[in-house]
Design a protein around this ligand. Structure first.
Ligand SMILES: NC(=O)c1ccc[n+]([C@@H]2O[C@H](COP(=O)([O-])OP(=O)(O)OC[C@H]3O[C@@H](n4cnc5c(N)ncnc54)[C@H](O)[C@@H]3O)[C@@H](O)[C@H]2O)c1
Length: 248
């Protein structure tokens, strides 16, 4: 039985490719009206046209999650277009610095990853939670990772940023429930997306683990599978689910 999202007003970030694209298509097919944010406008437009051709009601905004003014403007525009925001599914993120040694890790790469993954999660949550606080209800789903939460990471900056996102979700869960806002963070496991496939190739070339590259890529889970978890968490059936959700 697909998660029933009939009438839900949902914002999805990182909607252009990978997990965000699959999640946009799924929640749209399950009845939600979707405001999609990304910086990759060509793939973002393709996600929206695929969602709408399948009978959905979705719209795209160019939003760099590092840009506070852009986030504030897009959240306000999405609130108006949707008529409120029931669910934020924040998926946007980057992985840079895989296999780079700590003593050689560039400061600007560190800043980029932390800004997009951690500060972006904070900024998008900040503006969406303001809308939800007025409503007295909402669901915020952040995207952490096993990296920096359950163990190590191929990238010092990536693992650190995701540890931060996990911490942010725990703090938000504790502080926002009094406003009727449920907060979850998803640790999506190893999913076949542009981000992960690039990382697997880099680690393979760096000699990270034995084995065949095609088999390593073939072992990844499809983003469509993971989108079912996000759709469930967005639904009322997940009202008793608190905090972190692991899919591996
Ligand atoms: N694929 C995995 O195995 C895996 C594992 C754990 C966590 N994650 C997390 O899942 C999320 C989605 O990643 P994915 O694997 O689908 O990769 P992806 O590269 O396909 O998707 C990331 C999306 O974020 C967008 N994005 C990047 N920078 C942005 C910015 N500054 N502002 C707005 N949008 C931006 C990209 O354009 C892209 O559409 C990321 O947060 C990633 O860290 C992925």
């Amino acid at each position: 039985m697909p998660a029933d999202l009939t009438g839900k007003r949902i914002v999805v970030t990182g909607a252009a490719t990978g997990i965000g694209r699959s999640t946009t298509l799924r929640v749209s097919a399950n009845g939600a009206k979707v405001a999609a944010f990304d910086v990759n406008d060509a793939d973002g437009a393709a996600t929206i046209s695929d969602a709408n051709e399948a009978g959905g009601d979705a719209r795209y905004w160019h939003v760099d999650v590092r840009d506070e003014a852009a986030v504030a403007g897009a959240v306000a525009a999405a609130e108006t277009w949707l008529g409120g925001i029931d669910v934020l599914i924040h998926v946007a993120g980057v992985l840079q610095g895989a296999a780079v040694d700590l003593d050689e890790f560039p400061e600007d790469m560190w800043d980029t990853v932390i800004d997009i993954n951690l500060r972006g999660s904070f900024t998008v949550s900040k503006y969406v939670s303001g809308v939800m606080k007025k409503q007295g209800s909402g669901v915020i789903i952040l995207t952490a990772s096993g990296a920096g939460v359950l163990g190590g990471s191929s990238s010092f900056a990536y693992g650190s940023s995701k540890g931060g996102v996990h911490g942010l979700a725990l703090v938000m869960e504790a502080r926002l429930s009094e406003h009727g806002i449920r907060v979850n963070d998803v640790l999506p496991g190893e999913v076949a997306t542009p981000l992960k496939i690039t990382q697997v190739k880099i680690m393979h070339e760096a000699g990270g683990s034995a084995g065949n590259l095609e088999e390593k890529i073939g072992a990844l889970v499809s983003p469509d599978e993971i989108s079912k978890v996000y759709a469930f968490l967005a639904s009322d059936d997940a009202s008793m689910v608190k905090g972190s959700v692991r899919t591996r």
